[in-house]
Design a protein around this ligand. Sequence first.
Ligand code: PTJ
Length: 245
Amino acid sequence: MNIPKSHPRYLSLQIREKLVKGFENNLVAKEGLLAHGRGEAFDYIIGEKTSKFAKQAIKSAANMLNYAQNSVISVNGNFAALCSKEIIQLAKSTNSKIEVNLFYSSEKRKKAITKILKESGAREILGIDKKSSTKLVGIDSARRMVDKNGIFSADVVLVPLEDGDRTIALKKAKKKIITFDLNPLSRTAQTADITIIDNVTRAMKLLVIESKKKSKKHQTYNNKKNLKMAILEIRKNLERRAKSV
Ligand code: PTJ
């Protein structure tokens, strides 16, 4: 669909179109379209902009990735459809590996995701070769299959738009977890070490810029405080809207 630029919800509709196209090209699971709807609802009440607390989380995430020994960017269907270019840029600037890991796993989708990542400039993509795959304990979904040289041996893993089970399993495996999740109440948001409560389409661009700054190592970030600020921001926005009704 050709969305006119003058449409008041142009950006939001454009993101939807990317996901629909991603679904038609076998990148996105149909459940991924539903997951996006939940994200959209939270984005709406967050104000569809990157907040101060999200910027703080982005800075810390860039720092954590830059100082990791073996960082991995985990890619699912929605992430590939929305941010393929930025995934490659971030992997390059933070020296991270890229691994395809799907909740609704299928060979067809893995192939389509690998293709778009390669077209965007990726050289090595993990999570495809069965010979190097192994099981992550404490998780029953398809996400348990991980690459020995990737997520399995990583110290820092970026898991965007994630289901809670794997985040918990990865934490039990002593990994540091960074996530993008517009819902500050989700299990992933609550379990990760750094939760970027922002639309992945805005936040990934900022994370790439921030990672290129190569700031000095710092450890003052507090994720609980960050989540609290997001919830309070939602309350403030709702109160303001209630007053104007
Ligand atoms: O590609 P697959 O098979 O690995 O499946 C991917 C999905 C996203 C379908 C799968 O991981 C899933 O079901 O995720 P959940 O449990 O629905 O969680 C997704 C989270 O991402 C929710 O909390 C949403 O609010 C949030 N979300 C959705 N869209 C965005 C988002 N967060 C940031 N930016 C978005 N654009």
